[in-house]
Design a protein around this ligand. Structure first.
Ligand code: SF4
Ligand code: SF4
Length: 420
């Protein structure tokens, strides 16, 4: 689907509502001022009784053990739907759309990533396993060299942050921010699939991160999170919900794995500890907000000034001396009070139309943080029913860089046009 700025401003009778949002968006963009706030508490109201979230209750983990979930449409039914759609040549559901989706997930598929310390997201250095000779020679030099001044790069937090961000951008990050690693955002436990093992995440005075039969151990000197956002393809998003749209989700996940693994190896090469994470180990959105990448929206997604909610987030936890960034405020909470566009576009009413609350609506919400709660059970149920993910709430958000107007989420569009 091709987008022009002329169409952003066009108002036709059958597209009036979207055009209203577009004009609203442009006005909002013009007056939007991104300002730094002194602490996360200026953006998040958090109860003192808040406790660390257990990954066991995250929806994908729950779908492996919680028999009470209304998730299960039988695989046979989904296969029948896929068969019908591909035979019909339904737009957005052709074999080339499914193939684009398959290719986009390739790196993720090849590297288990749901739980920490797996595949490319290993908590141990990757370079010792199999290296090109250049990296091997660097490692051999390191292991022979005893001069601690040479083994490690030293610098001020500002200098170290500068080179870290330069490397992250080189590996493909569109946005990078740094925050202190607040333990409240680290999962209390990992849920390790496919064996469904429940392991505590603890902080200890140890030299290296480790995993035992009972625990994941993070060294106590790991005090920073480097949080990175990867832009999603807005044109693919506008074809939500289809397998064609899911290609941008899969690509986001594959880039998350690539990016966090690459930055972790870079940090290890500098002589510091690095724990690469996709969605695992800690809650990405509060860390992203703390790092100044954006604010939390009604949709439960991170809204960035640069790309709206059309981003995927990954992070690396490290003991490098770094300069933390400040959270930013650019009017998201006030805008979301009146907008509700994501809630209107949700096929399962998983997004709240009401006010923010600290109450949990399901066991998959972490209570004690003032926010619009989403209902992840309803959301995932719709994904399972379709056999692919949905991105309606991302596609329609007026904070997107190129604002959504003709989207399958709200209008009749033609995904086949994406290929032209
Ligand atoms: S992804 Fe789709 S189903 Fe889930 S909350 Fe967003 S709009 Fe609703
Ligand atoms: S669609 Fe509207 S209400 Fe939803 S997150 Fe975006 S700005 Fe907020």
């Amino acid at each position: 689907m091709r987008i022009s700025w002329i169409s952003v401003f066009s108002i036709s009778s059958n597209n009036f509502k979207n055009s209203f949002y577009n004009v609203f968006h442009v006005v909002n963009m013009a007056r939007r001022v991104v300002r730094a706030v002194s602490s996360l508490l200026d953006l998040y109201e958090i109860d003192s009784s808040y406790t660390r979230f257990d990954q066991k209750y995250e929806m994908f983990a729950r779908s492996s053990w919680d028999q009470s979930l209304p998730l299960n449409k039988s695989v046979d039914n989904i296969l029948e739907t896929i068969d019908n759609k591909i035979r019909e040549g339904a737009s957005g559901f052709t074999i080339k759309d499914y193939a684009l989706m398959q290719g986009a997930w390739a790196i993720t598929t090849a590297s288990e990533f749901e739980t920490g310390n797996m595949g490319l997201l290993s908590w141990k250095p990757l370079s010792f396993k199999r290296n090109p000779s250049s990296v091997q020679l660097f490692q051999m030099w390191k292991s022979k060299n005893n001069d601690s001044n040479l083994q490690k790069l030293h610098g001020t937090p500002d200098e170290m942050s500068f080179i870290l961000k330069r490397a992250a951008k080189t590996y493909g990050a569109n946005l990078v921010g740094i925050c202190e690693l607040d333990h409240k955002w680290v999962y209390s436990h990992h849920w390790v699939r496919p064996d469904n093992v429940h392991k505590k995440i603890v902080f200890r005075n140890v030299a290296e991160p480790d995993e035992t039969d009972e625990e994941f151990i993070i060294p106590s000197d790991v005090k920073h999170a480097v949080v990175m956002a990867i832009e999603m393809d807005i044109e693919l998003l506008h074809n939500s919900p289809t397998p064609l749209c899911e290609a941008t989700t899969g690509l986001g996940y594959s880039k998350m794995v690539f990016l966090s693994a690459s930055l972790a190896e870079f940090i290890r090469g500098l002589g510091y500890t690095a724990i690469p994470c996709a969605n695992d180990t800690a809650l990405s959105i509060p860390l992203a907000v703390s790092s100044g990448l954006g604010q939390l929206g009604r949709s439960g997604l991170l809204i960035t000034p640069e790309f709206g909610p059309a981003v995927r987030i990954c992070k690396v936890l490290t003991n490098m001396p770094l300069q933390k960034d400040k959270p930013v405020e650019f009017g998201v909470t006030q805008f979301c009070q009146n907008c509700r566009r994501c809630a209107e576009s949700c096929p399962t009413e998983a997004i709240s139309f009401g006010e923010r609350t600290k109450e949990a609506t399901t066991i998959s919400n972490n209570a004690g943080v003032l926010k619009w709660p989403i209902n992840p059970e309803k959301c995932l149920a719709s994904w399972r029913k379709n056999g692919f993910s949905c991105s309606n709430c991302i596609a329609v958000c007026p904070f997107n860089k190129i604002n959504g107007y003709k989207s399958l989420a709200t209008e009749d569009g033609d995904p086949e046009q994406w290929w032209t």
